[in-house]
Write a protein of this length. Structure first.
Lengths: 622, 92
């Protein structure tokens, strides 16, 4: 089998077989899609990961070209949310510019057939060629669930195959059926007025033997994890430990990268003659990119924990636990997954709100998603914490880790407050109840974690080699030209374009303690937040009077900034909408420039107020 | 004048142009594509390296991120972006 990813929707050739993967959320459609096409779409052990239609291509063992569509999970073909509407439209052939698929593969979680068969029957009612893939059939067998495929096939009138999407070769039976698709028939007709629940029960009685409805191990864990008091305590401890580990475990790796960057800067400085090219390479590119890349280990440790939690099935439990708190704040438990996605990046988080059925809840979640601390903020936080917070233990805890935890909590509290205010000013105060499927617990697979980490590292390095490099080069130019006038006494950067821009901006930001160097860093930071670190590194390297001073950004800012300024900048970064792409997605997902302007304005106002308070209070106390 | 003195401004100029080109594509990908369309069309009919250059000048495929430019947010480039705007209706 060979596989490749297709980009344009219209790329499908007319003679290729078009197959749509459909099913309830979290039944393993995307894992199966990845196995079939060789793709690496995000998978996780909770519902609502896929909110868009994805496509890929494969060639079957007998050489048949197949175009596979991975559709968002749906509980019904009567959609309750925008992502479910995509699935319905594609299945019915009413999606814009797209005909109905030649074959529908209905993916069922074999451990949860009572729920998933209902959707299969709905799809069968469409009367289109289909087949059923019993995914996670290995897990079902382990639980003692016995499925008589022959009887199920006879009852449904369509082929039924076992699949194990997380195992190599787990889709071989499905591939054989795709080769033989010409013989696949539509399902047996089901009366439009038939009671689907009764039909499901009939199928289960005929073809499935279930020892018990739920896994005993899941029940045991849930007794603690879902407990109203113990559950919240466990959640707090888990989050707390993550932030401790991010600082404590990443340090040796960071030191290694730091040493490598210093070595490179030193040798480039020694090899190249003095001049503009040396300045661009050493003060611009190496200082700028080196200042950012040093935070890669911390980002990877953070994502290691997030990925492990995603894979384990714990996250929907956390959503369930936090539902009461979130409803009180004007959100819903369904907001949890989009907000959690926003810890990686607000953009997929905002996209994930498509799984929220109520439009007002969705709008509120979109508005507060930028307040979640995305991974691009981590380099800024880590730089300032390393420079201003001493590396010592408080009781058993690392003080720097505690401060990082507090910053993440500040973003969460800010989001809850904003959503509470939005709810108060909203006319519609109705509360939506949370109906959430709790998946079975799973041990995270090392391969999935490794792929996830590899992708996060690639994303980060792509940003470093792309937008951060480009902005660093441009900032170096703005910080170097024009050259200082004859007889100038200060650092050359004071007379440059960047210096003048920074000094002009300082008027606005002086009340919150920002100097002109920080003001300069805020501008490229709008394109990507972590560029603020590389911008500061470049600006201070160009301002430095000695090579040694140019090497260590953390040490430099610790000497030149007050604690009040550092805390003010941290507070600014907790709330400020320092990312243009996020604002663009808000506009697109709400189809409203007004909403985007409101989001931008309130976030900037909140950031300025928070920074002002942090600066003034620290000054008053010191 | 030695070779380094000649190369230095040339390399710096090229680095600036590349950075500007990249940022222009980030901020206004469609405008950049429109402006470069005649050039890329011509290059794509040329030799192998010209075709590669033309491909490199095209914006990244829609990545589902909304900005559809860099693919650096974790969204994949294979998804077909279909807007699903939220619409809040006033209750009477």
């Amino acid at each position: 089998m060979s596989a490749a990813i297709e980009v344009p929707v219209a790329a499908a050739t007319t003679d290729s077989l078009r197959v749509a993967l459909v099913g309830n959320p979290n039944c393993g459609k995307t894992a199966l899609f990845n196995l079939l096409t060789g793709s690496r779409q995000k998978v996780a052990n909770y519902a609502g990961v896929t909110v868009e239609r994805k496509q890929g291509r494969l060639t079957t063992p007998q050489g048949r070209e197949v175009l596979i569509l991975d559709l968002p999970g749906a509980y019904s073909l009567t959609p309750a949310s925008p992502d479910e509407a995509i699935t319905r439209d594609v299945c019915l052939g009413t999606a814009a510019g797209e005909s109905a698929p030649d074959l529908i593969v209905c993916v069922l979680d074999a451990t949860n057939l009572r729920l998933h068969l209902r959707f299969a029957l709905e799809v069968a009612r469409l009367g289109r060629p289909m087949l059923v893939a019993l995914n996670m059939s290995d897990a079902a067998a382990r639980r003692g669930i016995v499925i008589d495929k022959a009887k199920l096939e006879a009852a449904l009138g369509v082929p039924v195959v076992d699949t194990i999407a997380v195992r190599r070769g787990g889709a071989d039976a499905l591939l054989k059926l795709l080769d033989a698709h010409g013989r696949t028939q539509p399902a047996l007709p089901i009366a439009p007025d038939a009671d689907l629940h009764a039909e499901v029960n009939r199928l289960l009685n005929a073809a499935v033997t279930m020892p018990r409805r739920t896994d005993a191990r899941d029940d045991l864990i849930d007794r603690w994890v879902l407990h109203p008091v113990a559950g919240l305590a466990i959640l707090a401890v888990v989050l707390f430990l993550i932030f401790q580990a991010v600082f404590a475990w990443a340090a040796p790796f960071q030191d290694g990268i730091d040493a490598g960057v210093a070595f490179l800067a030193q040798h480039l400085g020694a090899i190249l003659p003095d001049g503009l090219l040396k300045s661009l390479l050493v003060d611009g590119i190496v200082a700028g990119l080196g200042g950012v890349i040093v935070f890669l280990p911390q980002i990877l440790f953070l994502f290691l924990f997030i990925l492990a939690l995603e894979e384990s099935g714990y996250l929907p439990r956390a959503a369930f636990l936090l539902d009461r708190l979130m409803v009180g704040a004007g959100l819903t438990g369904r907001s949890f997954i989009p907000l959690l996605s926003s810890f990686a990046c607000a953009i997929p988080g905002i996209m994930a709100t498509r799984s929220i059925q109520d439009p007002r809840d969705r709008l509120t979640t979109i508005m507060v998603a930028p307040l979640m601390t995305c991974s691009a903020r981590l380099p800024v936080y880590a730089l300032l914490i390393s420079a201003f917070v001493p590396q010592r233990d408080v009781w058993l805890f690392n003080l720097q880790g505690l401060v990082l935890f507090a910053l993440y909590i500040a973003g969460i509290v800010g989001a809850l407050l904003v959503s509470w205010v939005m709810k108060r000013f909203s006319r519609d105060k109705a509360e939506q109840s949370l109906l959430l499927e709790l998946p079975s617990y799973r041990m995270p697979r090392v391969r999935d974690l490794a792929i996830g980490l590899w992708e996060r590292a690639t994303i980060f390095l792509r940003r470093v080699g792309g937008i951060i490099l480009a902005l660093t080069v441009l900032l170096w130019f703005l910080s170097t030209f024009p050259a200082p006038p004859d007889g100038a006494t200060g650092p050359a950067i004071d007379y440059s374009f960047a210096g003048r821009i920074g000094q002009a901006m300082e008027v606005v930001f002086a009340p919150i303690g920002f100097n002109w160097q920080i003001c300069i860093a805020l501008i490229p930071g709008l394109a990507a937040r972590e560029v603020a670190v590389s911008a500061l590194a470049t600006v201070y390297a160009l301002s430095a009077t000695s090579e040694a001073a140019a090497d260590q950004l953390g040490g430099l800012i610790a000497q030149q900034w007050s604690l009040a300024t550092a805390l003010s900048l941290l507070a600014w970064y907790v709330f400020a909408p320092q990312c243009i792409a996020t604002l663009a997605v808000i506009r697109r997902e709400t189809n409203s420039v007004r909403t985007m302007v409101i989001a931008t304005t309130y976030l900037f106002a909140l950031a300025y107020l928070a920074a002002f308070a942090a600066y003034r209070i620290t000054l008053a106390l010191s | 004048m030695n070779l380094y003195a000649v190369l230095e401004p040339l390399l710096i100029g090229l680095a600036m142009l590349a950075a500007l080109f990249f940022m222009f594509g980030r901020i206004a990908p469609q405008l950049r594509q429109r402006l470069l369309a005649p050039l890329t069309a011509r290059l794509s009919q040329g030799s192998t390296w010209q075709r590669k250059l033309a491909k490199g000048m095209e914006p990244a495929a829609g990545c589902g991120s909304g900005c559809s430019t860099c693919g650096s947010c974790g969204s994949k480039a294979e998804s077909a972006v279909a807007p699903q705007p939220v619409s809040v209706l006033r209750r009477h």
